[in-house]
Design a binder for this molecule. Structure first.
Ligand SMILES: [Zn+2]
Length: 439
């Protein structure tokens, strides 16, 4: 029996559907389909781990138990989710009655990449409508003091502290008016399940003393900018909105004057445009990118070795001790994403890249980047680190990465660490180890 189970698990891992079916059908014991190994793993879990959709589909149709857990408490869905095999997640969840499991995981959504608000961009230049929304009793404001959000801290998470119009009306009626940005319509309340929509605005309250800001809510605090990772402490539902606010408010702070003629500019379109006050300015004729919020594209790539068994990670001098991550760099004008990837990898590590594959992207509000995540396939192995850009770079075998991702590295006192799961680099690294090897 033990040998048969090993064979079943092995063929499920490898996606050998015929063999899986043969073992199940030839077994006299019906329970073989749900047989667990020493670690509690089932055939479905092995299929889920390795993205074997056809095997998972067959096992489910044959009536396997999708709710069994490993000894460390993971179900097949947890395993498929962790390794980004979204079609298997969908397969299992559409079969299961477990309503706690999210079923919309068709693609990887990065942290800061989920924004539940309807931006209603067509309404931004309708000042009458914006004014009406500003004054609604249901409207909520997210306060920012010197670019730091006013937040609650509960259950080990930061949470937006929504403020009503009546509490900040004195600011909006004052002169000069503070910067406000219309974020959109929607629901950001983590516990609200009735789907009520209201307008959300970001409001810059930097003109107030910190003590005055704290009076808006006894339980809330101004998120400290000293810890640059604090902004990653929000629930994913709210993180995207925080990113939207932070990037736009930073733009208003840094780009107060017209880049074309140096005159003052005035905010328009509910925070999404700045218009030059000089009526002769060329920026008033036609569409000019100086008038709209700035967004800087950055390529971030996981370089994969020619034999596809190792990936290249590097260390910047400013990284916390031991941290290695993907290489990255700003795109240049007149450059494709693919060429930017090849140029940056060559500059920083001396490695030659041929094929570049887009993976996913991530808004990164420090202050206003778009991280474009790619897999880059190397055609050379020899590393020559540019010491101006990086402190170190080296190839990491799949096994070494896997030990860190699964937590085994911590126990063995690993000498390096990987970026947190909120970083797109983590998703890229996970994709690499999730492509073929067994857990
Ligand atoms: Zn101008």
């Amino acid at each position: 029996m033990g040998k048969m189970i090993d064979e079943l698990h092995d063929s499920a891992s490898k996606g050998q559907l015929d063999l899986v079916l043969m073992i199940i059908e030839s077994s006299k014991q019906k329970s073989v389909i749900n047989a667990q190994n020493d670690q509690g793993w089932t055939a479905l879990m092995f299929a889920a781990r390795n993205g074997r959709v056809n095997v998972a589909d067959a096992l489910i149709k044959k009536g396997c138990d999708v709710d069994l857990m490993t000894k460390s408490g993971q179900t097949a869905v947890d395993i498929a989710q962790f390794w980004n095999h979204s079609s298997i997640v969908t397969l299992i969840t559409s079969d299961s009655n477990n309503s706690n499991i999210p079923c919309q995981l068709s693609t990887v959504v990065t942290y800061f990449g989920k924004n539940p608000l309807d931006r209603c961009s067509a309404m931004r230049d309708n000042q009458e409508w914006i004014e009406k929304e500003l004054h609604q009793a249901s409207t909520k404001y997210i306060l920012f003091h010197k670019l730091n959000p006013f937040v609650l801290y509960q259950d080990n998470k930061y949470e937006i502290c929504p403020i009503s119009y009546k509490d900040i009306s004195f600011l909006l009626m004052g002169d000069p008016k503070p910067v406000y940005i219309f974020l959109g319509l929607g629901c950001l309340d983590l516990s609200n399940t009735n789907g009520e929509r209201n307008a959300w605005f970001a409001l810059d309250v930097s003109t107030l003393e910190e003590e005055r800001v704290l009076k808006f809510s006894k339980k809330a605090e101004i998120l400290s900018s000293k810890n640059k990772y604090a902004i990653m402490g929000f629930d994913e539902i709210q993180a995207g909105v925080i990113a939207q606010c932070k990037s736009l408010l930073t733009w208003h702070l840094r780009y107060k004057f017209c880049p074309t003629c140096g005159s003052v500019t005035n905010i328009a379109e509910a925070g999404y445009k700045r218009i030059c006050a000089n009526k002769d300015c060329i920026s008033l004729q036609g569409i000019h990118n100086t008038s709209y919020p700035r967004l800087d594209p950055v390529v971030i790539m996981l370089v994969i070795s020619p034999d596809k068994q190792q990936c290249l990670l590097g260390r910047q001098k400013t990284f916390p001790p031991g941290l290695f991550s993907c290489l990255a760099g700003f795109m240049e004008p007149g450059e494709t994403i693919e060429d930017a990837v090849r140029r940056e990898v060559m500059e920083e590590s001396g490695i030659k890249v041929d094929k570049v594959q887009y993976h996913t992207c991530q808004p990164w509000p420090m202050p206003m980047q778009l991280m474009i995540g790619c897999l880059a396939y190397a055609t050379s192995n020899y590393i020559k680190v540019d010491q101006n850009e990086l402190e170190a770079a080296r190839w990491f075998p799949k096994k070494e990465i896997m030990d860190i991702l699964t937590g085994h590295g911590l126990n063995s006192g690993a000498a390096f660490s990987l970026p947190p799961k909120q970083a797109i680099a983590y998703q890229l690294i996970k994709t690499f180890v999730g492509t073929s090897s067994n857990l």
